[in-house]
Design a protein around this ligand. Structure first.
Ligand code: AMP
Ligand code: MG
Length: 401
């Protein structure tokens, strides 16, 4: 596809340098191309013998630098033959049109990049499996790749469960809430490089829940929210057990997100395939291979955190991306935190301060159902399970998703 259309997608081909980078010794300053030896004693007066601007090619026969000579040169222009350094214009005085005075000494190799120093022709620039962000787009563009091969996006089904949920354009009854998780999850899926398929809301009833799960298993990955805790009407795990699912984990020692489950249904699970549907009627067929699912807890913040920790890497893997380690930068805590031990905690916080002065402070929140707190936060502070108290001034790990 067109290079820019590939933004956010994963390369299915590797991209190599089509020529040396740079393809000529490139000046990195405006100034004068000289022989460094001529600047050993300053001030030094040199004879001005030519000019090269970006885009010019200095033919060695007509534009070269010998001892006692200088050629005016602009950033991005090729270094003329004979020159081994560029003196910045700020360190010179122009005497006449024919001579220039150097006021500072310079060493050979300064202020230009030798040919091929960034990459040699044929050298790998971007490997297959690399996600195309703006820097990768620039690299591909400079290697002349106006079209790129990318992997297709995995289809990720999003299924919210709960009798209390209504669609966001409906008016909720007194005990009902809007199904925001389907939207946050669809957005997270899209950001992670997947194609979100939002399914209808599943009630807390075995039959309809099972039907929607089977529909979701037709996708490359199924994400459910809600119904995975210990309540009487939390039926997600039970339905997967009926479907003979394999569970890789049921629960994680984290907060928010403790009840998260991860599993797969085998090739013999009958899935509802829209591809096989005739006149709109769903048909049950066998999935060609294992289909993975995550049961994410329904509290909106738990859903978001568990998506990022567990489902995002899975979507990245399904989209052909080389797995990336999770990154936890650090900032200095502004005020003391007290909490309970036992779980690794992710607490919404505001990161502020610039450069080396990164500071972080928790936002006030009512727990993992408090979606409004997220509007005040831009990160999470990560608290290890063995810490009851963290003092102001300590450097703490952050989760930036
Ligand atoms: P559950 O995990 O089903 O026990 O739900 C935990 C909490 O999250 C409950 O307060 C639910 O009402 C809420 N919740 C569950 N699903 C959603 C959803 N799709 N959108 C917003 N809130 C939800
Ligand atoms: Mg529920």
């Amino acid at each position: 596809m067109d290079l820019l259309a590939g933004l956010g997608r994963v390369l299915a081909e590797s991209i190599v340098a089509d020529r040396d980078f740079p393809s000529f010794a490139r000046a990195t300053r405006d100034g004068y191309a000289v022989q460094a030896a001529d600047s050993a004693k300053v001030p030094a007066r040199l004879k001005l013998v030519g000019e090269v601007k970006a885009g010019d090619w200095p033919e060695p026969g007509t534009c070269a630098v010998a001892r006692g000579q200088a050629v005016a040169i602009m950033t991005g222009a090729p270094l003329p033959a004979g020159a081994d350094a560029v003196v910045m214009v700020e360190h010179t005085s122009s005497l006449t049109d024919h001579s220039v005075e150097l006021r500072r000494s310079i060493s050979a190799g300064e202020n230009f990049v030798p040919r091929g120093a960034e990459a040699r022709a044929g050298q790998l620039l971007l490997d297959r499996g690399r996600r195309l962000d703006h820097a990768e787009i620039a690299i591909a563009a400079s290697a002349g790749k106006s079209r790129v091969q990318v992997y297709s996006k995995p289809r990720v089904a999003v299924l919210s469960t709960g009798d209390e949920l209504v669609e966001i354009d409906a008016t909720p009854g007194p005990a009902q809430i809007r199904n925001s998780n389907s939207y946050s999850l669809a957005a997270q899926v899209q950001n992670a490089g997947g194609e979100a398929v939002r399914l209808a809301i599943a009630p807390d009833e075995r039959g309809p829940l099972r039907a929607l799960i089977l529909q979701g298993l037709d996708c490359d990955l199924l994400l459910l929210t809600g119904g995975v805790s210990a309540g009487k009407y939390d039926l997600v795990e039970q339905v997967f057990e009926e479907l003979k699912a394999e569970f890789y984990f049921t629960g994680a020692e984290i907060q928010p997100g403790r009840p998260v489950v991860f599993g797969s249904c085998g090739a013999d699970t009958p899935v509802r395939s829209d591809n096989a549907s005739i006149a709109g009627e769903a048909t049950e067929v066998s999935a060609p291979d294992k289909r993975f699912f995550f049961g994410l807890p329904g509290n909106p913040v738990s859903t978001m955190v568990t998506f990022d920790l567990f489902a995002r890497p899975m979507i990245e893997a399904l989209s052909g991306m080389t797995p990336q380690p999770l990154i936890f930068p650090r900032a200095r805590l502004k005020s003391e935190i007290r909490t309970k031990t036992g779980l690794k905690r992710f607490l919404p916080a505001v990161l502020s301060g610039e450069f080396e002065n990164a500071e972080v402070e928790l936002v006030r929140w009512q727990g993992s159902g408090d979606i409004a707190a997220l509007a005040r936060a831009n990160c999470y502070v990560v608290i290890p399970p063995d810490r009851e108290q963290i003092d102001a001034g300590e450097w703490v790990p952050l989760w930036l998703r």
